[in-house]
Design a protein around this ligand. Structure first.
Ligand SMILES: Nc1ncnc2c1ncn2[C@@H]1O[C@H](COP(=O)(O)OS(=O)(=O)O)[C@@H](OP(=O)(O)O)[C@H]1O
Ligand SMILES: [Mg+2]
Ligand SMILES: [Mg+2]
Ligand SMILES: [Mg+2]
Length: 377
């Protein structure tokens, strides 16, 4: 993929997501061990942590360094509001320390960090500058610093998601999946009939970054860089491909863990309608797209409730990765997702359907049409 038009963006993007994933692993460990427990609630009651802000600051700072701050457009989930409140001094200090500890290790990832530690105003500036509103013209970076923050605080699956949009099209996608098992054999959830959430224990090796570039027809998966080994280790990047299963009876579909984020009973009806037999694989975050791209599942469906508008950072990287790995992603009307209309997936028809191939995709779309009238979305 070196010869592509966005080679530099992809190279820096993968390295910076590697760094960010390592940051998340450290923070998740501290959170779970009780070293600190600062999880804030946003206005919509969703959680935000030291990791969300620290990743956003780190990625933003790095993109500015490599692509220049002038005219650099970044659209990302977090803002500085909660972090700037008087009772957030301790939290801000934790974020600043986390960012500096991460940036100090930049050479391990083949990147150059700052010559001296960043101070709080610089960290706030890096987070706050990611407030672009995107649009149909020019280059826009899209970042979800921690996708699946709920999974993150529960010690479960989450992802760091970075994409680049150029003139309305997603052109590179990078997903850091720090708790994703490298070997498919670890996905033995079918052996336990009571367990239908994604397994997060008893895995051999976990943690990877998955990346692609539009039109390459290739998606790659690489283990996360081990802090001590750095870039000296062997390049273990592997091509990944979607599953070749096209019989719904053998297919697995994945969806959000939280009933609040997707209508489980509607998707159960669709699954039943097309003859799916396996239980849904419920996974937090864009790891669902990773599962389709790598052939661990064949279908991902998301039907948000109550007029919720999907945000581009929750999908951009994952959609391109699935497409380049051989899959198909559309809205429930069968149309491509539109990333050119600002921070929302404007015009989305009902929901999102990502499949490993055309045949299963057509069946699901058909089932949506057949069942829509009787649905209570
Ligand atoms: N009401 C509602 N409906 C649909 N989707 C919502 C809703 N609220 C939030 N979100 C977004 O869902 C992101 C997490 O999505 P998941 O599908 O992985 O959900 S789950 O945590 O596994 O249930 C989550 O991403 P993060 O905020 O990055 O964690 C949200 O952007
Ligand atoms: Mg969030
Ligand atoms: Mg998200
Ligand atoms: Mg997020």
């Amino acid at each position: 993929m070196e010869n592509n038009k966005y080679a530099k963006e992809l190279d820096v993007g993968v390295k910076v997501v590697q760094m960010a994933s390592s940051l998340c692993k450290t923070v998740q460990k501290a959170l779970l061990s009780g070293t600190f427990n600062q999880v804030k609630s946003k206005n919509d009651d969703s959680p935000v942590t030291v990791a969300d802000w620290s990743v956003q600051a780190t990625v933003s700072w790095m993109l500015c360094k490599y692509f220049g701050s002038q005219r650099l457009s970044i659209i990302a989930e977090e803002d500085v509001q909660a972090l700037s409140e008087p009772d957030s001094v301790g939290l801000l200090e934790l974020v600043v320390n986390t960012v500096n500890e991460t940036l100090a290790k930049a050479p391990t990832y083949g990147l150059n960090g700052p010559s001296e530690a960043l101070r709080a105003p610089q960290v706030l500036e890096a987070i706050g500058r990611c407030n672009s509103s995107g649009g149909p013209v020019g280059k826009h970076w899209v970042l979800d610093p921690v996708d699946g923050t709920l999974g993150f605080v529960r010690g479960d699956q989450y992802a760091v998601a970075l994409a680049l949009i150029d003139d309305g099209k997603v052109v590179i996608g990078v997903l850091g999946c720090p708790n994703y098992p490298l070997e498919k054999e670890s996905l033995n959830y079918h052996n336990n009939i009571d367990r239908h959430t994604f397994p997060s224990t008893n895995m051999s090796e976990v943690g990877c970054v998955i990346y692609t570039s539009k039109g390459s027809g290739e998606a790659w998966m690489q283990p996360l860089i081990n802090g001590n080994e750095g870039l000296q280790g062997p390049n273990r990047a592997k091509l990944i491909k979607v599953s070749s299963i096209d019989d719904p009876a053998l297919a697995t579909f994945c969806e959000s863990v939280e009933e609040a984020n997707t209508n489980h009973s509607f998707t159960a009806g669709l699954a039943n309608g097309v003859g799916l037999r396996n239980k849904p694989l419920r996974v937090h975050s864009m790891v669902k797209y990773a599962a389709i791209a790598r052939g661990d599942a064949e279908i991902y469906m998301k039907f948000a409730r109550g007029g919720y508008k999907e945000k581009i950072w929750d999908h951009a990287a994952g959609v391109l990765i699935v497409q380049e790995a051989g899959g198909v992603v559309t809205d429930a009307g069968g149309r491509p997702l539109n990333f050119s209309r600002g921070i929302f997936l404007e015009g989305l028809d009902r929901g999102i359907i990502a499949c490993s191939g055309v045949k299963i995709h057509e069946k699901i779309i058909g089932a949506v049409y057949a069942s829509w009238d009787s649905s209570n979305l």
